[in-house]
Design a protein around this ligand. Structure first.
Ligand SMILES: [Zn+2]
Length: 422
């Protein structure tokens, strides 16, 4: 899907920019960026369609604000190495990480993500950095007058398009599903959701059928890579096994029974005292700028066991100059949790953990005023209030939502069955 790129920086000289300026504006409309040796997107133009900004009229004069460098992350890269090669001081990187403390987006960079650097006249000071995770998700860090950076998230809603993938079992489920156009990741989601209902290696026979409703995000006709499974129907000898995504982000079977293991609310074995609440609009007491608090803090003494709030896989173990020793757990599909400022980490990357399992000892690593657990819950990559979010705690769709749920089940079934009898 992705083209391999040589490990080089694309440096754009000032004279080149002048020459390329005009043609880039027109190129942006139609050219498939993937085929460009240097991927350049005139940001001012794409920003004008972003929802975070008030609707603006087409600019009468287009200002080209091209980055000085663009770099596609390769596996094994480290950011400090990239900064060193570009001659940008390490102190700038530290300031970026400080701005990133409440988001930790820099730590989520992976191969094929794109970095764009804007530097000042001397070419040595970073004025703006953009991380492009995909065409619908970017983050920008902009230099402020006081020398710190401010983070801005750019989310393009795009269009989500539903499709149904359907097929017959012929060989394994995985092979049959891939043949019907489902991805490796889709197969993972399906088998993990239905693992208690069906034994995928034994229960399916040739001639059994399956249908899956997928939604995929498109931006200007291009897939962003973001997708989700919304409905699953596997017909084992005519008896359907089903899963449906409800508006709360959780999956249920056709009777509204939850298919995901429950979460617990607190990242410790008891209900601790909250010392700082989730507050995405928190103002910094000195600068007055918005400095979101994307988690809930629990005041606990150093050495208190920190437990995973749900079943999942440890996807990250890091030591961050400001967030300290922290862990990220992926709970499948939509939820991730983060646990910051630990004194000791007891799990390793790739390890499977269960709800209530001890994963760390609390502490005061990173920049903190006292020992505490900073706990975050991310839903589809966005921080939500971990004390209030709808997480799979109940075992079924709440009664008040049952009518709506049944309606969407009927709609999904109609889509899937229509595909089956084609
Ligand atoms: Zn905190």
């Amino acid at each position: 899907m992705y083209e391999k790129k040589p490990k080089t920086f694309s440096k754009l000289s000032k004279s080149m920019l002048g020459l390329m300026g005009l043609s880039l504006v027109t190129m942006a409309v139609s050219v498939n960026m993937k085929n460009d040796p240097i991927r350049i997107i005139p940001l001012n133009i794409s920003e004008s369609v972003m929802p975070s900004q008030p609707a603006v009229e087409a600019p009468s004069e287009i200002v080209i604000d091209l980055p000085a460098y663009e770099y596609t992350i390769q596996s094994g890269d480290s950011l400090s190495e990239i900064f060193m090669k570009l001659g940008i001081p390490y102190s700038d990187l530290l300031k970026l990480m400080e701005a990133d403390l409440n988001h930790l987006r820099i730590d989520t960079l992976k191969p094929n993500d794109i970095l764009r650097f804007w530097v000042d006249g001397s070419g040595k000071h970073l004025e703006k950095l953009e991380l492009e995770f995909n065409i619908a998700q970017k983050v920008q860090y902009k230099l402020l007058d006081d020398g710190s950076y401010e983070l801005e998230e750019i989310i393009v809603p795009g269009k989500w398009i539903q499709t149904v993938a359907a097929g017959d079992i012929e060989g394994s489920f995985s092979v049959s599903a891939r043949r019907a156009g489902l991805s490796y990741n889709d197969v993972e989601v399906i088998t993990s959701l239905l693992k208690d209902k069906i034994n995928f290696s034994r229960d399916l026979r040739a001639g059994d059928k399956f249908e899956v409703v997928r939604a995929e995000q498109f931006v200007d006709g291009q897939p962003s890579g973001q997708r989700e499974i919304q409905g699953i129907r596997i017909e084992r000898r005519g008896a359907p096994i089903t899963a449906y995504l409800h508006s709360d982000g959780n999956y249920y079977d056709n009777r509204g029974e939850s298919l995901q293991s429950a979460f617990q609310r607190y990242p410790m074995t008891y209900k601790g005292r909250i010392s700082s609440h989730f507050n995405p609009k928190r103002k910094h007491p000195v600068t007055g700028r918005v400095s979101p608090h994307n988690g809930t803090d629990f005041a606990v003494s150093t050495g208190t066991p920190v437990v995973s709030t749900g079943d999942g896989v440890v996807v990250m173990v890091r030591n961050h100059p400001y967030a300290g020793k922290y862990i990220v757990i992926d709970h499948g599909n939509q939820f991730r949790t983060r646990y910051l400022h630990n004194s000791k980490i007891l799990v390793r990357k790739g390890q499977r953990v269960s709800r209530g399992q001890k994963i760390a000892l609390s502490g005061r690593s990173g920049r903190v005023t006292g020992p505490h657990i900073h706990y975050e819950l991310l839903s589809r990559g966005r921080a939500v209030n971990p004390m209030k979010a709808k997480i799979p705690m109940a075992t079924s769709v709440p009664r008040a939502e049952m009518t709506d749920f049944k309606k969407s089940v009927a709609a999904f079934d109609k889509m899937m069955l229509a595909q089956q009898f084609k």
